[in-house]
Every structure is written in structure tokens, then in C-alpha cells.
Design a protein around this ligand. Sequence first.
Ligand code: PEP
Ligand code: MN
Length: 337
Amino acid sequence: MIIILKPQAGEQQIRALAQQLEQRGVAIHYSQGTQESLMGLVGDTTHLDEDWLRANDIVADVRRVSEPYKLANRRFHPEDTHVQAAGKAIGEGAFAVIAGPCSVESEAQLLEVASAVKASGATCLRGGAFKPRTSPYSFQGLENQGLELLREARRVTGLPIVTEIMSETQLDDFADVDIIQVGARNMQNFRLLKELGRSKKPILLKRGLSATIEELLMSAEYILAGGNENVILCERGIRTFEKMIRNNLDISAVPVIKAKSHLPVIIDPSHAAGIAWMVAPLARTAIAAGADGLMIEVHNNPKAALCDGAQSLNPAQFDELMADVRRRVAFEGKTLL
Ligand code: PEP
Ligand code: MN
């Protein structure tokens, strides 16, 4: 971190600031130029608040030269992290396909989709029991009954289950969920992230609708800082000016996250596309870009789905996509679990 000092900064004020910073555990390299004077901070500056520094009368500007996240940072953890979920590893060459309906609607619907995606080779079953809907009048999910149906589908198929948590008050109910999903709308629910940090559960953290990659990594940092290292990141499309797609899939997030972080990253082409025919091309792009997995919405009867029917593949379309995914994952030298 570099602090640019105002030209009128007095020697005594500079010394006072340096002392405060040293008390916070960083070493200072002071350099006096003809135009401006700088303080270079050496050491762990992740806990230093830029606004606190800017509020100081002698500070003209503050620039970070290293990232504000430490635990999620590849610089301090060069090897890829692989997350263990229900005996399966995701990342580090192991490719996961998480598939299932947007929401759990009934026993018959879930069991039909679960056995179809299992037969096609999916790694995990997804299904929302608690749905964060834009309208309070839309289907909100079957809630605890939905969780129960997911457990039943796991018993029948053997597939680990992935489902979305809405609040930290639900942690006990989610105790036997294999991967807990944090939805885009909750990416910055910091109280929830802190509680998930205290658990040891694998967490699938989705990027917020308007969140930067750094903000996503800072949210992951909350979970890691609590002691939970099992974080999988998910790019699901961001909002832009483009109206022809539901969300813009930010495929560049894959190489950027891979460069900046050691955490596995998966792509959700369904919520990006918003329409079923676009899911397969986006999924192919994700594999080529180096993603560690995919999350795909599949419904036995998309036209009748209570949520996200337009973007859901039917089981036959998913099966066809999986044949292609298998080939492409092998081409990348990865293993489809
Ligand atoms: C979902 O996965 O069904 C979902 C609600 O996704 P997102 O949080 O990305 O909108
Ligand atoms: Mn959905």
C-alpha cells in the first residue's frame, strides 16, 4: 500500500502517522520527492482501512498495490484448492456437473429429474427449497418439505445435494446438506457469510448480479477468515446494458479468478442465458476457459416449471449436453466425477 502525502504535511504529523501504522504491524518506507512525498507500507495491509487513512489531514491519496484479500489469494497459496464434498473432490483437475431443477416442486418431479441427471452422469443434484424471488407473490419454494425431498432424492440416487440457504438461522436445518449454496442476492450477506465460515460445510458462493470479481473474492474471504476453507466460486452472469440475454456471462471471470485465487470456480450458464438453447454453447465456453464445473438447471417439464422454466433443459437435452461435456472435459485433461 502506498500513501501519498499532501505537500504541506509537517514532519511531526508524518511521524505521528508512521507511529500509528507501525503499531498496526506494518513497516514504513518514507520517500521524499521534489513534487510529493510517499509512504510505502510493507507487511500485511489487508486489515488497514483506506478510508481511515484518507480521513487523515496529511493524506492526499491511498493506493493499494496488493489485493485486499489474503486467504483467497493465490499469491499466498499457489496450489489449486480442491473442495471435498460428500467424498467427491471439486477442482484441481476434477470437474463437477451440478444439475437439477431451479426449485423442488414435488416428490415426483424431483425424483424424476434426479434419476435422469444421475443417468446422464451428473456429479451432484441441485434444487432450491428456499427460493429468493424478486416478487413476494412468486413461488417461494417448498421450504423444509423441499429439503426433505432432496434428502429422499439423495437416498434414491446416491447423488450429493446442493441447495440454497437464505439466512444463518437455517444452519441447523442445513446440517446434512452436502454443499450449501449462497445465491447471488446473498453474496454480500455478511452475517450469513461469517456463520458459514464457522461451519466446515462446502459452500458454493455465487457472484452477485452487480458484483465485481474482487467483491466476490472478498465475500469468499469472509468464509475463509472464519476457518472454512471449502469454498467454490460460481459465475452466473452479471447485469449489463444488454437486453437480449438475462445476464451477461462474464467468461473472463474464470481466467481472472484462476490467476488471482486458488479456489475452484464453476459456471452457471442457465442463469446467465435465461433461455434453454443458449445453455449448451455457454457451457462449452466455460470448459474451454478452464472452469472446474458447471451448474445446470434441468426440469422434467420445463413448460410447467414453477421457476426458471425458460432456461431449464429437459432430461434429453441435458443428456445430449453431457455427452459433449464428457468429451470436452477429457480434452482439457480433466476428470468428470
Ligand atoms: C438458483 O441457482 O436457482 C438461483 C436463484 O441463482 P442466482 O442466485 O444465481 O440467481
Ligand atoms: Mn433458478
